[in-house]
Design a protein around this ligand. Sequence first.
Ligand code: CDP
Length: 717
Amino acid sequence: MSFYSPKFIRPNVDSCIDTERLNELESEQELARFNGHSELSLDVQRQQLPIFKHRSQMLYALETHRVVVVVGETGSGKSTQLPQYLWESGWTDSKHSICVTEPRRIATINLAKRICDEKSCILGDEVGYAIRFEDCFTPGRTKVKFVTDGLLIRELMQNPLLPQYSVVILDEVHERNTNTDIVIGLLKKIMKKRHDLKLIVCSATVDAEEIKLYFDEGEKNKNSNNLSTCIVSVEGRYYPIEISYLTEPCDNYVKASVTTAMAVHFDQQDNDGDILIFLTGQDEVDEAVSKLIEKATELKSLKKKNFKKLWILALYGSLPVSEQLKVFERTPKSCRKIIVSTNIAETSLTINGIVYVIDSGFMKLKAYDSRLGSESLITVPCSKSSANQRAGRAGRYRSGKAFRLFPETEFQNMKQHTPPEMQRCDLASVVIQLKALGIDNICRFDFLSAPPSKNLVNTLELLHALEALDHNSKLTNPLGFQMAEFPLHPTYSKALINAEKFGCAQEMLSIIAMLQVQHVFITPSGRKIQADKSKLKFTCTEGDHITLLNVYKSFTDKLSKNKKSLANWCQSNFLNFKSLVRASQIREQLRMILRKFKIDMSSSCGDRTEPILRCLCTAFFANAATAHYSGDYRHLKSNVSLKVHPSSVINLFLANVDLPAPKYVIYNDIVQSKTTYLIRDLSVVDCKWLHELVPNYYEFGTDREIRETNDKRLKLS
Ligand code: CDP
């Protein structure tokens, strides 16, 4: 077996490492080994966390201040210990509990479980959690409740002053995702009305002064010490990490990550320690996982004694929670775990036993294009602070190694921090949620980092066109309010609610649910021809939405089969079983919301697809494009050039000279590569429908576009 091993220059110990603690911790290391201090009692583990020394200081700070900003490296004990300190010192009673927000579902569940272990209590009783569509807590009994930050916004819609909580702990604020930023803004507002509410803001890297200034602003003149903010810093706990860089940039970091992982595995045969690889998204993670599985199988066939087996796991946000939780399972002694992850494992998760980190140096970031009025994910170099966080994952249980798959000069050129999501994302969900909370003047909302005004204006225009807002920019009743209740982008909720009018609610439920999952079709390596042929069974000339509907219908026709034969059916049809199961769960959840609104879900469209496509037009009209003589598409509103994503069934037309390219399409999603915009999930529509269904939006644009396109076509012919 031969594999290419990238060359590294070494060593370059990172400045974030607390080398002074090394000797002190060597003996702990012997005891603790890799699997999470497993030999130490949980009580002892709690007391050894860096935050333990600050227990009294924290409690005193909270007594004397309304807002406490806690800055401490990942693993110092913020998320697991702070809620327990508050609970132990009487901050809860039968009417008030402590709420801890997390940006991610998996961290929310995992932390609640961890506290239950530490407190020897049952999950859902005194310690619980709530994530979208899943409650695991007992009102009146639960003292510590973990929730995703998105869920706290939903709770705020029900109870704007959050009377059920005495303290809210906002965790992982350094991630600066949109929901966290909204929650911060809302809590600042609430705290002006609820003087007994306390707030703890936790962060691994954030500029604490920025948060302090934000909360203190407007309070200075009130002459009250009680309203001020204070900062408590907790030192990190790291063993030294040896950082290696590539001597030259690599062409393919996915491939390089696999070869590096295998090289580490061979080099370190005599040493324990799991490997964590950081890539950018599901595609790359899946690709690396299947390559590693191939390598692991080859290794097995060598039957070399003493060679540790490899246990390969993927980790990304859209993976079902049960799959995600596997990364926390203890690694058997005869095994080495390799976790291939997106930046989900960067800060919010504590995975025990990681000793080697392999960092691609890239991440996927949301970027909003105001011309197209939509956001897309772009792959960009990560920031210095992300790279340091990633490397830090290697030094939790003993000294570790981080392999950066880029030269040191590239690290020096990286930005210090990633810009907050609020400034680069689609704001439609943000605006509709704030409006539902009664914040009508969004421009005057006290954002920690205000979004660009152009993005806000675009968003308001879209929400008006979707009829979610009236001429006073207030939510329409009932449509706007109903749209705000769906945990979906407003365009999707509009399509669902409107389906009643077009008699296609059942079909729309299936389509919208299918659009929430990724990778419905699978193409195993070396079997592209068979996979493409199989896809044709579901494909139709109307485009991807109806194709997805066909897949879902075929899947549900087989639902009476047992799980194994259903999975086999999916496999033989090159369909992703897990994605389809997830889609059926999401469909059910969406159906419940429609039922709550008493929306008629009977379908009358039969085999006709036009009502479905018309209904899609009423929601996705802003994403309409027209065929251009160059062979590409042009965004109808902005004239930006768009290409059809290779995964779309529309390519069948484009590849076949006998079939004309569909003149008008609507699409759901844009993927941005360096120079092109690729549109995904397309349906063929009639431009008359756009005129008819959204006359105000396309009053001028469409006719001009048709004329221009026709003129150019004529010239060409
Ligand atoms: O919030 P922060 O990153 O500061 O730390 P934490 O999540 O409270 O984790 C503190 C310690 O608890 C970690 O160092 C782990 O040893 C342990 N922990 C764990 O073993 N399993 C978890 N699910 C969470 C934490």
